[in-house]
Design a protein around this ligand. Structure first.
Ligand code: NAP
Length: 462
């Protein structure tokens, strides 16, 4: 009954996460479900050594809580990536240790359980090593560009085929039919599968980069759920099966949403190595950059009747969300209609900008979807781009050779005036130059976004 209650909490919690208005409550409800599930699972286990459980819980909770408190908001995406990886590692360890205990006890392991063990270690290892690569790319330790080499799709497919073949061999082993070295050989076989799966996780993730990273993060999240689901079958725990499949399915739905946001198919993201080309300077530098100072930017905004803010990763770096909301409120007081438009892949993790604007208490009614604002962008007086770059890059619409080609963007270049707040003309995550900065109707307000917006707020208050 407790497991059913926990599952209901998960489902309702997840449902609530799909709207910013109910997301916080959804998070809380899912957490309560997880608490019920953990307490029930622990009390249901008869031969439990509490001292280990408590020691592990204390160590894990203190590391997790202090990491969550100390982490900078801008490092959140890589931390989430790491959490995915640890989820995969946990499943991998559960699969391996269950095999060890059953095998050491010379128990006959049902073929279905052997299959579940194989799938657990496979999905767990791919998630773990893939997430470490994603962590490296997001934190800048590894290059964000896709690492491509000839025949990589063939190598990856061949590696997967070898793992599956070894997996079939593994699933058909039974201890009572084996003797001596053959018994130990199955351990080595499973360890070999783990090593090859770790390599597969690395090889499939290093080939993805540029603007495609959000897709792979969601996919790894989905894999971690599948690994947990398979681990549920290994240890016969229903609530782990339910929660793992919920994570797997919702991660996959999110992957699909991200693919749609990039106007790409999943196969295209995984196999094409798109995002590696770079625009030539000549194709971009048409027109002139028009820097603007705070006073002139203030005059433009003061006269505006409708304003759309487009936040991006730079807003997270500058921690400008609170002053942006303050500026939005001042503009509203000044009679302007103010909206905030968030691109699905803005920032460095799904929902990154939603979290920041929610933290600054921006009203949900003021959020507008790109597809709703784009058709009427021509009548927007001022689009204010706060540290966004790739998600407003018109090359995605205009230049077939651009690595961003085909990605739906927020068409701020079509607004009557576009003010871009950033520190330089440097490209964004995808490493692609941006023709927006050279458009006639674009004004560049150079500097840290928080400082620039604070100065605008001060002008309004004078
Ligand atoms: P972006 O293209 O990475 O551009 C961010 C811009 O912010 C930079 O060009 C930078 O320019 C500026 N910036 C940095 N610090 C700043 C500061 N203190 N003040 C003002 N500006 C600052 O960001 P985006 O437009 O949000 O696009 C997101 C990109 O990340 C996409 O390519 C997406 O595919 C990728 N990505 C997304 C996710 C996800 O899940 N959302 C995950 C991984 C990757 P300056 O240096 O000139 O200031």
């Amino acid at each position: 009954m407790c497991y059913i209650a926990a599952s209901i909490f998960f489902v309702f919690g997840l449902k609530m996460l799909s709207s910013p208005a109910t997301a916080r409550r959804g998070n809380l409800i899912s957490s309560i479900g997880m608490l019920i599930a953990v307490v029930t699972a622990l009390t249901a286990m008869s031969e439990i050594k509490w001292v280990w459980i408590i020691a592990a819980a204390v160590i894990g909770s203190s590391v997790g809580a202090s990491a969550a408190r100390l982490i900078k908001m801008t490092s959140m995406p890589q931390m989430v990536g790491l959490f995915n990886g640890f989820g995969g590692l946990a499943s991998l360890l559960v699969g391996f240790s269950e095999f060890h205990f059953k095998w050491a006890a010379v128990e006959t392991i049902h073929t279905f359980t052997m299959l579940a063990i194989f799938l657990t270690v496979l999905a767990g290892a791919v998630t773990f090593s893939g997430s470490l690569v994603a962590y490296g790319k997001l934190s800048g330790t590894l290059s964000g560009k896709p690492l491509l080499y000839k025949g990589r799709n063939i190598i990856n497919t061949a590696l997967l085929a070898v793992i599956v073949a070894l997996g079939i061999f593994f699933c058909t082993r039974q201890i009572n039919q084996l003797e001596g070295a053959a018994v130990a050989g199955v351990y080595i076989l499973l360890a070999g599968i783990v090593i090859l799966a770790l390599v597969l996780g690395i090889l499939t993730t290093i080939g993805i980069g540029g603007a495609d990273m959000p897709v792979i993060i969601c996919l790894l999240n989905s894999y971690s759920g599948l690994a947990a689901c398979a681990a549920g079958f290994v240890i016969n725990n229903n609530v782990l099966i339910v929660s793992g499949s919920l994570v797997g399915a919702s991660g996959f739905i999110l992957t699909n949403i991200m693919c749609k946001a990039m106007n790409r198919s999943l196969a295209n993201v995984l196999f094409s190595g798109f995002g590696s080309a770079a625009l030539t300077k000549e194709s971009v530098y048409e027109g002139q950059v028009k820097p603007v100072n705070v006073q002139d930017a203030y005059l433009i905004l003061e006269a505006a009747r409708n304003v759309v803010f487009v936040p991006g990763y730079g807003m997270a770096v500058a921690q400008a969300q609170h002053v942006v909301r303050e500026l939005g409120d001042l503009l509203t007081e000044n009679g302007a209609d103010v909206k905030y438009c968030i691109h699905p892949v803005a920032g460095r993790m799904p929902g990154h900008m939603n979290v920041l604007l929610a933290e600054a208490n921006v009203q949900y009614e003021q959020l507008i979807e790109p597809q709703d604002v784009n058709p009427s962008m021509e009548i927007v007086d001022v689009a204010v781009v706060i540290g966004a770059n790739d998600v407003v890059n018109p090359a995605a619409r205009q230049d077939q050779n651009s690595p961003l080609w085909g990605m739906p963007i927020i068409n701020v270049d079509r607004a009557r005036t576009c003010i871009v707040l950033k520190r330089s003309l440097n490209p964004g995550f995808a490493g692609v130059d941006n023709p927006l900065f050279f458009k006639d109707n674009t004004r560049m307000l150079f500097g840290d976004a928080k400082k620039s917006v604070s100065a605008l707020v001060a002008e309004f208050k004078q």
